[in-house]
Design a protein around this ligand. Structure first.
Ligand code: FES
Ligand code: FE
Length: 380
């Protein structure tokens, strides 16, 4: 089952308005708690860029579904994920969001020491480690997959099929499971990372990303580059459709001037176009000919979400010391414009005026599918 449904054609009637979720779903901490257990703990979660942990012993700790998850590069070169909780008396092992250890993880409380594979390897004052079942007291593992140069983790005991959820969402949007391979996202490197602290519920951010009804109003630079966005139909609205660059536009940059060479795997059909993909519940991918923009969202409270956005380029572009500023600036402005809009809506979510929610116009109807996905997920 794909986690993102998309329309293949425009709706026939423009007369119907369909309801959104009620305001309380964006303000009620009880709803947020249910979402942690029924959405963020049960689904694959885009946690980090694989290369954030490029070297042996490098790690990141990421909050997922109310848990702190530690992702570390183990001795065999593979990435492992664990709950960031010491098995002795529960101290958090790594307080830092990122860092590096030499060859083991030592708890700062009583110095229980774990190998990078999570096994318990030392515990002070225990006469013999033979007294302790190392497997029984090793760190609790978390399911991990790498795809698109991204580490996805899942807290469920039995994670859903990665192919049927994450990969199916991408395939459904692009209309072909293999198209995304052309961007070779796993080989790209982070040219710029910007972290946004957005005072809005995570669902407002997803819903905003899914529609382009707002593009003509708040995204002057983007609609200059992608004139069809001025019509209000998001790229996500049509299966396989990429919004075409305007005639005078030579690159996906803030002034529409040339960016970098088209990635070698991107064919003519996908050149001079922009593709936007939403992967429930918290990843957005934007594909343009010369780079990729990858958003990971980390909901931290009912009214606050951290968004980490990576601009990914070829190693060659980075090695030549190219000026990325015009390239980065376009979507940085789009992000700021979008997040300002989400923050403008958040206070109104607790207004009486929004108690029964708002409405979706036809060009936003695919948001209704996200709404239904959320409603179904939190009800069961
Ligand atoms: Fe970690 Fe005691 S809580 S060693
Ligand atoms: Fe937008």
């Amino acid at each position: 089952m794909s986690s993102v449904e998309v329309h293949s054609q425009q709706p026939e009637s423009a007369s119907s308005l369909i309801p959104t979720l009620p305001g309380s779903h964006y303000t009620d901490t009880a709803v947020f708690e249910i979402e942690q257990s029924r959405i963020f703990q049960r689904n694959w979660f885009a946690a980090a860029r694989s290369n954030d942990m490029a070297t042996l012993g490098s790690f990141r700790s990421v909050d997922v579904g109310g848990e702190s998850v530690l992702i570390v590069r183990a001795r065999d070169g593979a990435l492992r994920a664990f709950l960031n909780v010491c098995r002795h008396r529960g101290a958090r092992l790594c307080l830092e969001e990122s860092g590096s250890v030499r060859r083991s993880l030592q708890c700062p409380y009583h110095a229980w020491t774990y190998g990078l594979d999570g096994s318990l390897i030392a515990a002070p004052n225990l006469n013999s480690m033979n007294d302790v079942n190392r497997d029984e007291y090793g760190l609790i593992g978390v399911a991990l997959q790498e795809w698109l140069g991204t580490v996805w983790v899942c807290l469920a005991d039995e994670p859903p099929s990665f192919a049927d959820t994450v990969q199916a969402a991408v395939a459904a949007r692009l209309g072909d499971p293999d198209v995304i391979d052309g961007w070779r996202i796993e080989d790209l490197v982070v040219g710029r990372r910007i972290t946004y602290d957005v005072k809005a519920n995570w669902k407002l951010i997803v819903e905003n990303f899914m529609e382009c009804y707002h593009c003509a109003t708040i995204h002057p630079e983007l609609t200059e580059v992608l004139p069809e966005f001025a019509d209000g139909y998001a790229a996500q609205y049509f299966v396989g459709h990429g919004a075409e660059f305007g005639e005078e536009i030579t690159g996906f940059t803030v002034d529409g001037q040339s960016g970098f060479e088209t990635l070698s795997g991107v064919d003519e059909d996908h050149d001079r176009r922009y593709y936007a993909i939403t992967i429930n519940p918290q990843a957005f991918i934007n594909l343009v000919p010369d780079h990729v923009i990858f958003h990971r969202m980390y909901p931290v409270a009912v009214d606050r979400t951290i968004v980490e956005c990576d601009w990914l380029y070829t190693q060659e572009v980075i090695d030549t010391g190219a000026d990325l500023s015009r390239s980065v600036e376009l979507f940085h402005r789009v992000n700021q414009q979008d997040f300002d809009a989400c923050e403008r809506c958040q206070p109104a979510m607790s207004s009486r005026a929004y108690a029964s929610g708002g409405v979706l116009v036809p060009s936003e109807h695919h948001i209704g599918e996200f709404r239904d996905w959320v409603a179904a997920a939190i009800s069961g």
